[in-house]
Design a protein around this ligand. Structure first.
Ligand code: CA
Length: 232
């Protein structure tokens, strides 16, 4: 990939300047948009690799922008919102955002989120050429056709629920998935009261696939929001 193209959508000039200065210094290309209408235009014409989207814009609701962009594009969307707005983040993730940054954020956090997003872009484009039904991520391998999971070539025995859970996370590698999304995918319905049992299944799954379940390298926890499979 040449210099990655980033679209910054932010109406606050101070934050917009901070993000653009950071990208400039780290060899990214970028365009900026100050409202939702130009965000949608730019995402269609500039064709960014990643969009950084402030949820509080003067004209359009951030979630509406995500829905519209998702109707034609799968580009990673990192939403930016204030700490008090956890429900906004969840709504944005369920609408198709990949990740979030909480204001105020550090330059290191911003760059780390971009790296995760770009890893997904690179992986997705490589994946298009690869028809295999095998998922490989570091030492983790899922053979979808056989329904088998391996760590370092050793088969791991998962219960049907653990396997389903792992497949949902793997299929969405790099993306933060909300509790609701995961519950719906695995059990077919989502009730807030199910979140504790999700936590239990996640713990047993981690014991089986993570070398150190207390500091997991595959499945990341997002407190109050959900989980994410990280690309190794
Ligand atoms: Ca704003």
């Amino acid at each position: 990939m040449n210099k990655p193209k980033i679209l910054i959508v932010e109406d606050d000039p101070a934050i917009r300047n901070l993000i653009s200065a950071t990208l400039e210094a780290h060899d990214y290309q970028y365009h900026t948009a100050m409202n939702g209408a130009s965000a949608i235009l730019e995402s269609a014409s500039y064709i960014p690799d990643v969009m950084i989207l402030d949820l509080g814009l003067p004209d359009l609701d951030g979630v509406e922008i995500i829905r519209r962009v998702r109707s034609w594009s799968n580009l990673p969307i990192i939403v930016v919102s204030a700490r008090s707005e956890d429900s906004d983040k969840v709504e944005a993730l369920d609408a198709g955002a990949d990740d979030y940054l909480t204001k105020p954020f550090s330059i290191e956090e911003l760059l780390a989120r971009l790296r995760v997003a770009l890893r997904r872009v690179r992986y997705d484009s490589a994946r298009l050429l690869d028809e295999s039904s095998v998922y490989v991520n570091g030492d983790l391998k899922i053979d979808y056709a056989a329904g088998c999971v391996y760590i370092k070539e050793q088969e791991v025995h998962l219960t049907p629920i653990e396997y389903k859970l792992l497949c949902v996370l793997a299929r969405n590698t790099g993306k933060v998935l909300t509790h609701n999304f995961i519950l719906k995918e695995v059990w077919g319905s989502a009730m807030a009261s199910d979140t504790p049992s999700l936590r239990v299944f996640m713990a047993t799954l981690r014991k089986k696939i993570e070398e150190t379940p207390a500091s997991p390298k595959y499945i990341q926890t997002h407190i109050g929001i959900g989980y994410r499979m990280l690309r190794q």
